[in-house]
Design a protein around this ligand. Structure first.
Ligand code: URA
Length: 234
């Protein structure tokens, strides 16, 4: 393995090519523990935990596991056409490091979105085999009747799908309804409520398996997942 030089370290955490990273160092923009590093070829025996680039302290981990509180009117796409891209809510360097969302939330939906640059993690969380339940809080345009609830729990056929899908659990919480589902089909929750004659007005994902949306994150806020959270969905 080539030695971990400062320019390699910076490039590995999304600060451009090694040449671009070298330029940052030569401009005096890179510090560790308050000390400007001037030599882009200085070698590290181990990755330092953090480094300061252009006044911002950043972790140097190469593997990204992130939780974002997605707001509405934001698209889960790198090339968003009609709205702002969800990736614009994260540091640019994360895109350079290959971050992707784990599944998607519609532009009209908000709530918990997980993102990572580790394909195996994304695959495991998305895998139906893993069977992680996703919980969504919805508000509805019409009263939610016991018949609608029973139909959702029994299973409904959605247009274009081969199998019925069902609600694994339904809870009522004041004016809202919380539905748990196992799959992640396109517009699944909206289509399920439409199939029983209701209409979803607002939709917020509140958890994926054991990982819940961190209430301290405002809309558009993000944080790294804890090791415990990563383990719990992997
Ligand atoms: N179901 C939907 O209808 N929309 C989402 O964004 C997620 C699940």
């Amino acid at each position: 393995m080539p030695a971990l030089t400062l320019e390699r370290l910076l490039a590995s955490i999304g600060y451009g090519s090694r040449k671009e990273a070298r330029a940052l160092v030569r401009m005096g923009l890179v510090e560790i523990d308050g000390k400007v590093l001037e030599d882009p070829f200085v070698e590290f025996a181990e990755r330092p935990a953090t480094i300061t680039v252009n006044g911002e302290e950043v972790t140097t981990q190469e593997k990204l596991y992130v939780m974002l509180h997605k707001p509405t009117d934001v698209e889960c796409s790198h090339n968003a056409r009609d709205h702002q891209s969800v990736y614009s809510l994260l540091p640019d360097r994360f895109s350079a490091m290959g971050i992707q969302s784990v599944g998607r939330l519609d532009a009209d939906s908000e709530g918990l979105l997980l993102l990572s640059n580790q394909g195996d993690f994304i695959h495991r969380v998305e895998s139906p085999k893993k069977g992680l339940l996703k919980r969504y809080r919805v508000t509805l345009a019409r009263p939610f009747t016991p018949e609608q609830e029973a139909e959702l729990l029994k299973g409904v056929m959605l247009k274009g799908e081969r199998r019925e899908v069902l609600a694994r659990a339904i809870e009522r919480d004041g004016e809202s309804v919380i539905i748990s589902i196992g799959e992640g089909l396109y517009h699944q929750v909206r289509r399920m409520f439409a199939a029983v004659g209701n209409h979803v007005e607002t939709l917020e994902r509140i958890s994926i398996g054991p990982v819940s949306l961190d209430e301290s994150l405002g809309r558009g806020g993000w944080r790294f997942l804890t090791d415990e959270e990563i383990q719990s969905v992997s």
